[in-house]
Design a protein around this ligand. Structure first.
Ligand code: 7TS
Length: 405
């Protein structure tokens, strides 16, 4: 894998800010798009824009074929049984909301929903709302001082009242990779539904949906080179088949009378209204691009960057790093610099065209648990280079001088 060559496929990486070339290190928020993805979207709008599943005209047929092909590519990417198991949503957040709504039927007063203390708000707030509606209880597995999931606590918190377990596969702050296969086994032993928030894992590691033992998985295309506005819910066919739809209206029905309706087959039952056709087609092109590189190469490259980044940043006096050691995490480095607010660190880096993110990263309870207000976060992807990490380190050293710490 040659990051320098890969960079040439990403037009945006040429742009300059304050006279300096951009070093984009905010990939956990969203990734940049290669020309093949941009062109696939453009091609659709220029050559076969039409609605899907609606017209017999040749444009609609081509759009439908490409839209359905994107479902198939996604199914193959994560090793789903078939494309009936792939529901396109707006993003991981919508996928998780769909589950919290649609699985709500199975929840009664006193039931427990088990999450972890490292969840993104997207895998917390929908469950809070469900718990409120059904008078169910939210339970949280803790984290260790190293920033790993406390497996003993997880085992203690799961029991015969647990109906749903929903866990992030990779933390968006600590980078921690959770042993989802093992957690799924424990959930199943207790008769619970097991859900994976895979927003930070599918873009970075080879995923085997069938093999994990999970029932559902949620992720977003925009964190893996695809367009914004397109997300995925994978679910076991028999589970999705039993569940009521989340949104209702056009395309998700089989037959409609004035009195009642019946539902379309999977996955269309869960895709009401005109979907994000361009987004899905762009996502298909993103999957092709990632597969050509291969996930073994992607992971190895990210680990090289991570190790180099951890080394460089640990050499700077006053930098505190969070999260487990390399090998047990993805290419994310969360850090703080003495008493400097993370927004101020990010501001100094931005002056030098080094783009990171700062704040609570939509995981405010985790920040509270760690006893901090926020962190600065650099996150890597296939086009990043060690030179960009040097610029990150130089920027932090400059921030030290500016703030006199
Ligand atoms: N789950 C995790 C673990 C995430 O990191 C995110 C987004 C989501 C769910 C929600 O994804 P969305 O596409 O529906 O918004 N995380 C981040 C982040 O860390 N910085 O910006 C967005």
């Amino acid at each position: 894998m040659d990051a320098r060559k890969i960079r040439q496929d990403f037009p945006i990486l040429r742009i300059r800010h304050n006279g300096k070339q951009i070093a984009y290190l905010d990939n956990a928020a969203t990734t940049q798009k290669p020309r093949s993805v941009i062109n696939a979207v453009k091609e659709y709008y220029e050559n076969y824009n039409a609605n899907v599943h609606r017209g017999l005209n040749f444009l609609s047929q081509k759009a439908t074929d490409k839209y359905e092909e994107a479902h198939e590519k996604t199914a193959r990417l994560i090793n789903a049984k078939n494309s009936a198991e792939i529901v396109f949503t707006k993003n991981a957040t919508e996928s998780l909301n769909l589950l919290a709504y649609s699985l709500g039927e199975k929840i009664s007063e006193g039931d427990e929903i088990l999450l972890t203390k490292m969840e993104h708000h997207a895998n917390l707030v929908p469950w809070q709302e469900l718990a409120k509606r059904k008078k169910a209880k939210l339970v949280f597995a803790g984290i260790t001082r190293e920033g790993k999931l406390d497996l003993e606590d997880f085992a203690l918190k799961i029991g015969n009242r647990t109906k749903i377990v929903s866990v992030t596969q990779a933390s968006n702050i600590l980078g921690t990779i959770n042993p989802v296969k093992r957690l799924a086994k424990e959930a199943k032993k207790n008769g619970a539904i097991f859900i994976i928030d895979a927003a930070q894992s599918v873009p970075h590691i080879k995923i085997d949906a069938k093999g994990t033992g999970a029932d559902f998985m949620a992720f977003s295309a925009h964190k893996m080179l695809g367009p914004t506005g397109i997300g995925v819910l994978w679910g076991k066919e028999e589970m999705l088949g039993e569940m009521p739809p989340f949104l209702t209206g056009g395309d998700m029905i089989s037959e409609v009378t004035f009195e009642k309706s019946t539902w379309n087959k999977l996955p269309w039952k869960f895709e009401a209204g005109t979907p994000n056709i361009a987004g899905a087609i762009g996502f298909g092109a993103a999957i092709d691009y990632l597969k050509k590189i291969g996930f073994a190469g992607i992971r190895a490259q990210e680990q090289r960057l991570l190790k180099y980044g951890l080394k460089r940043l640990s050499e700077i006096n006053g930098v505190k790093l969070y999260g487990p050691k390399a090998g047990e995490r993805t290419g994310i480095i969360a850090f703080n610099l003495n008493n400097v607010h993370p927004h101020d660190v990010a501001g100094i880096l931005d002056e030098n065209a080094v783009a990171i993110r700062s704040g609570n990263h939509c995981a405010q309870p985790l920040m509270n648990e760690m006893g901090i207000q926020g962190v600065a976060r650099a996150s890597f992807y296939i086009y990043n280079t060690p030179e960009e990490i040097d610029r990150l380190a130089d920027g932090i050293i400059r921030a030290k001088k500016v703030f006199g710490v």
